[in-house]
Design a protein around this ligand. Structure first.
Ligand SMILES: NC(=O)c1ccc[n+]([C@@H]2O[C@H](COP(=O)([O-])OP(=O)(O)OC[C@H]3O[C@@H](n4cnc5c(N)ncnc54)[C@H](OP(=O)(O)O)[C@@H]3O)[C@@H](O)[C@H]2O)c1
Length: 292
């Protein structure tokens, strides 16, 4: 019988995971960050010891990429120290950990999709903190699973697709970079992937998961505009440099999913078809929020 302790249940991904746990009628608990701060070793250890989960799913993280440049220590508290707390608590009670990481552990200089064992070389501090988290987890709890993903979007939380859909529905123009290539990932598809890891239990370690296919942020934005019935010409292509962001972004962040497929984990839908499925829900959410 599965018994899941979920961290980060209010985020883009965590909300979908929470919904899945409810739909699948899995015994779970998802403490809010105000009730359980995963940066506290004692809080994590005590909670895990009392609840006795068979799995801990960690969707919590410091995800402010630019903010991590100036607040690296705070980012590491969440992306490294908290992950180590989770790993130690899991080892103490003999439960498995499924943790989420990022394409930003890579430098984006490759011309072919990154494999799980490709050379890591983060070019921003967020990526550095996430890499330290991966290492801390696997050192303290080697039976764990790390799923690296990219360009995550969903119905809940602040994310690119939702922001762009809002602009499109308000017939606003958007300036979007066209010099970064990656794979958008639907939080629903990644959640199906998480379920498949818990069910199949492949060899522990790192797995890549993103939707199939690739695009630039500009192409993604134009596709969102088109899908919601707005004029794609309202989206203008710009260079990353013109944004003067604090953190550098990898130019290329495609993830190779051969290992995922060979382990017979969940289906990897094409990004356009997943986007089409999720956009109506995002539009409804934006209407409910009064943003469009
Ligand atoms: N977003 C992306 O494009 C992207 C891309 C690649 C990988 N990822 C990875 O995917 C995972 C999920 O990302 P996301 O975008 O869904 O995250 P998110 O929406 O930013 O949510 C972060 C979650 O972390 C929780 N949290 C923050 N501080 C906490 C604390 N001290 N104790 C416990 N919980 C805390 C938040 O709870 P509160 O709301 O209560 O603060 C929230 O539920 C992360 O590991 C991220 O690094 C994301």
């Amino acid at each position: 019988m599965k018994r899941v302790l979920l961290f980060g249940g209010s985020g883009i991904l965590g909300t979908e995971v929470l919904r899945m746990l409810q739909n699948e009628k899995i015994d779970y608990v998802a403490p809010r960050s105000s009730d359980l701060d995963i940066r506290s070793k004692n809080q994590v250890t005590d909670f895990a010891r009392d609840f006795k989960p068979t799995w801990i799913i960690n969707c919590a993280a410091w995800t402010n990429v630019d903010g991590a440049e100036e607040s690296f220590e705070e980012a590491c508290e969440l992306n490294e120290v908290a992950v180590e707390n989770i790993a130690n608590a899991a080892e103490a009670i003999g439960c498995k950990v499924l943790h989420i990481s990022t394409d930003y552990v890579f430098d984006g200089e490759s011309e072919t999709p990154y494999k799980e064992d490709s050379l890591v070389n983060p070019i921003n501090k967020y990526g550095g903190s996430k890499l330290m988290g991966e290492k801390a987890l696997m050192a303290a709890s080697p039976g764990s699973f790390v799923v690296r993903t990219s360009w995550l979007y969903g119905v809940s939380g602040k994310n690119f697709v939702k922001t762009i859909a809002g602009k499109a529905l308000r017939n606003e123009s958007a300036r979007v970079v066209d010099d970064q290539v990656g794979s958008p990932t639907s939080a629903k598809d990644l959640t199906a992937g998480i379920v498949s890891i818990m069910r199949i239990q492949p060899a522990p370690g790192i797995y890549n998961f993103s939707n199939e296919g690739s695009c630039s942020w500009f192409e993604l934005a134009r596709t969102v505009y088109k899908n919601v019935g707005a004029d794609p010409e309202l989206v203008e292509a710009i260079d990353s440099n013109s944004l003067n962001l604090k953190a550098k972004r990898p130019k290329f962040s495609l993830l190779n999913k051969d290992k995922w497929k060979a382990a017979h984990l969940s289906e990897v839908p094409e990004w356009r078809s997943s986007l089409e499925l999720v956009l109506p829900e995002i539009v409804t959410e934006l209407k409910q929020l009064g943003e469009v």
